[in-house]
Every structure is written in structure tokens, then in C-alpha cells.
Design a protein. Structure first.
Length: 419
């Protein structure tokens, strides 16, 4: 009895931790994306960079003055709206000295070769209002976006958070094969830990695509190696499933609902098949494009956890049970695959180089993440199954109940989108 109570308490603690972390969204807005196109030449490196303007100036806001407002960051001004402090682009300052803003942006980007920082010069800078920015998925698009005459088209007042900054930076490195890229800036913005960074390295006929999440304070080594480039997408696939509470809960329910290793394999295989298919289809746009579709999938994913929890406490009969479980988890995997694709499509465009290599590597990472969860949980499940029956039945019911309660919270949150 004491063992049963311990298991239930541990289950409730796990539920509390998962409840504290709201389910991660599967798609990112452009404000959370930094794209780097790096072109090699005999003279050095040309970096075409797109990033949110707020990532450059947010940390430069000064202390509060006598009026209670903080000193504005360079190239911005502050204004109170409905009791909230808002930051606007100072178009006069920008037109007077655009080079100063470019210098601030370059100052936060650290490119090094053999531990040394080469000299950098800004070739061009452009700012675009969010929603009207030109494409930046390919090198040609990046070059085109920086070819206009106006640094920033004059117009109405614009929030800093609604502006994207494009830069063309030239580094005098000479011909080289390897370099490191990182950032020293810390804008201290909500959600900055989810910043999606994409690096596309063009060296002769080779194009390598690298992926990283966060502020990139730890350098990314760009070596031209196909393996090292693919490994960054593998890592992102692992992160996406391990750090996604809804994915973790579904896999957990899938594991405790398996009556043996063969049953577990049927469930895992079905889930893998389902999400692989829709990850690819969703990424290439073979899915409804209406605004309702993403919230609907997010809602369905939350509901799938409740269903998986019910399956866990009422496992199917032995006859044809594994086949039924395979079919169910395949169908649910289709939902989760769309969830994966929403996020990935915001980062890696369809016409980006090496898109199939990156997709495959990301999917491998998702599978590794799923396998990590299975390897951690399955031995505990086997151990509990070998205890007196009430311990296993009680612990399984406790975990399933916690998963259902958490999923119900997400259901309520996601239903509100439709109201």
C-alpha cells in the first residue's frame, strides 16, 4: 500500500510540473526567426542576415527618467498607450544616421575564424515592416531584399516589434572552410529562448544548412560537413518532442497502455508512420490553408492525449489488439505530424537548399526523442507490472488521470481561440 501511495504522489508531482509549463506552440512568428546566408569567396565571407529589429535595440533601453519613462533605445522613442509602454521606430534618427544602427547590429554578431574576429564592414541595410518583407528563403531572395534604395520607407508610426532588419556584412577572412558564428547580445525578450536560427552556408557548389534554437550564445561551428549540418536538425527534432509537454504526455500514455513489448512496438511504429507522413505533407503545403486549421490541429492534439489516457486504462483485447492500437496511433500520429510541420515550415522554407536532408534529419531527431522517452519509462513500467496487481493498476490510473487533467486544461485554452 505504501508503494502505491508513493507512485501516486510521484505521478501528481510530475503532473504539477507539466501543468506549470504550458504546451509549446508548434509554430513560430517571424519575430522569433534569424536567417543567415553565408557566401564564400576568395576575399572572405558575405553574410546576408535577417533578424527582428527588437533583438538589436531592446537591451539598450535606458533607466527611467523624471517622467517615469525609460530613456529610449537608439533609433526609437517611447510612448504610453492605454497604460502600457510602447516603443516606436524613430524614423528621423534612422534616416539621419542609418550606419549607426547597422553598427549596433553587427556589434552583437560574433563571427570568428580560429578564435580571431576578422574585420567586418556593412555593405547594405534595409528595414521592412512585418508582413510586407520580401522573401529571404534563398540566397537570391536575400540579395534582392537588400538591393532597394530606401533604407526604410517613410510612413506611419511603426512599433519596433513590427520591423525586420536585413543586413549585408562582409568579413575580410580570405578563403576558408570553417568558422564559428554566435551572438553576444541579450535582448531580454519574452520567449527569446525559442528563437529559431537558420544558417545556410554557400561554399562553391556545396550548400549546408544549420539550425539552432535560442540566442546562440554558444558558437555554432560551420565546417562544410554534411554530417555536422544535419546533426543540428537532429538536435532540433529531439528538442521539439522532449520539450513539448503535449508530445511527452501522449508518448507516456502510449507506453503505459502497452501490455507487452510487442504491443509497445505496434504503438510506436504507428505513431512514427503517421507523423512522418503529415510532417512531410504539411511542410510542403499539402494541407488546408485556412486560419482555422492550425488551432484545430492543436485542439485535436490535446484531445488525442485524453483518448490515449483512456486507452491506457482500458487496453484492447489480446485478439487484434495490437493491430487496433497500430491503427489508432497512426491516426493520432497524423495529427502530431502536422504539429511538427507547422513549426518547421516557419523556419525552413520549401525552396531552401537541401530541404530534404534537413527534413529527414529533423524527423530522425523526433524519433530519437521518442525513443529516449520510451527507454526512460518502459523499464519502470515493467518493474511496476511485476508488483502486486493493485500497484500497477493504481499507478497506471494515476498517471492517466493526471495526463487527462492536464490535457483538459489545454483543451479549454485552445477552444477559446474559436470563441
Amino acid at each position: 500500500m505504501r508503494a502505491l501511495k508513493l507512485v501516486i504522489v510521484l505521478g501528481l508531482l510530475v503532473c504539477a510540473v507539466l501543468t506549470a509549463a504550458k504546451a509549446a506552440a508548434h509554430f513560430k512568428l517571424n519575430q522569433n526567426v534569424r536567417v543567415h546566408h553565408v557566401l564564400h569567396s576568395d576575399e572572405g565571407l558575405d553574410v546576408f542576415l535577417r533578424m527582428p529589429l527588437s533583438y538589436v535595440v531592446a537591451e539598450l533601453v535606458g533607466p527611467a527618467g523624471d517622467d517615469g519613462l525609460p530613456d529610449p533605445a537608439p533609433y526609437t522613442y517611447n510612448q504610453i498607450e492605454d497604460g502600457a509602454l510602447m516603443h516606436y521606430v524613430d524614423q528621423v534618427a534612422l534616416q539621419a544616421d542609418p550606419g549607426g544602427l547597422a553598427a549596433l547590429a553587427v556589434g552583437g554578431l560574433d563571427l570568428s575564424v580560429d578564435g580571431q574576429a576578422p574585420s567586418a564592414s556593412v555593405i547594405a541595410m534595409r528595414l521592412h515592416r512585418l508582413g510586407s518583407e520580401p522573401g529571404f528563403a534563398t540566397l537570391a531572395e536575400a540579395q534582392s531584399s537588400l538591393s532597394g534604395k530606401d533604407v526604410y520607407p517613410a510612413g506611419d508610426e511603426t512599433y519596433v516589434g513590427d520591423v525586420m532588419l536585413d543586413l549585408h556584412i562582409r568579413y575580410a577572412t580570405g578563403s576558408l572552410q570553417s568558422y564559428e558564428l554566435s551572438y553576444s547580445s541579450d535582448p531580454q525578450l519574452a520567449g527569446q529562448e525559442d528563437t529559431a536560427n537558420l544558417i545556410l552556408d554557400y561554399n562553391g557548389d556545396q550548400v549546408r544548412t544549420y539550425r539552432a534554437t535560442g540566442l546562440m550564445h554558444e558558437p555554432i561551428t560551420v565546417s562544410g560537413s554534411a554530417t555536422s549540418a544535419a546533426s543540428t536538425f537532429v538536435v532540433e527534432g529531439i528538442r521539439h518532442i522532449i520539450e513539448g509537454p503535449d508530445h511527452v504526455l501522449f508518448v507516456l500514455c502510449m507506453i503505459i497502455g502497452a501490455i507487452n513489448l510487442h504491443s509497445l512496438l505496434a504503438r510506436v511504429t504507428g505513431f512514427t508512420l503517421g507523423h512522418t507522413v503529415t510532417l512531410i505533407l504539411g511542410f510542403f503545403g499539402v494541407a488546408p490553408s485556412g486560419a482555422w486549421f492550425i488551432p484545430t490541429v492543436e485542439l485535436a492534439i490535446a484531445l488525442s492525449i485524453i483518448y490515449a489516457a483512456l486507452m491506457a486504462v482500458r487496453p484492447p483485447a489480446q485478439k487484434h489488439g495490437d493491430l487496433k492500437a497500430f491503427g489508432i496511433t497512426t491516426g493520432i500520429g497524423l495529427l502530431h505530424g502536422f504539429g511538427f510541420s507547422f513549426m518547421l515550415h516557419q523556419i525552413l522554407r520549401v525552396d531552401a537548399p537541401n530541404v530534404w536532408h534537413s527534413l529527414l534529419a529533423f524527423n530522425v531527431g523526433v524519433e530519437i526523442g521518442q525513443l529516449i522517452i520510451v527507454l526512460l519509462i518502459w523499464p519502470l513500467v515493467v518493474f511496476l507490472r511485476n508488483q502486486p496487481g493493485r500497484i500497477w493498476v493504481g499507478s497506471r490510473a494515476a498517471v492517466a488521470a493526471c495526463a487527462s487533467l492536464i490535457a483538459m486544461v489545454w483543451v479549454v485554452e485552445r477552444v477559446e481561440v474559436f470563441l
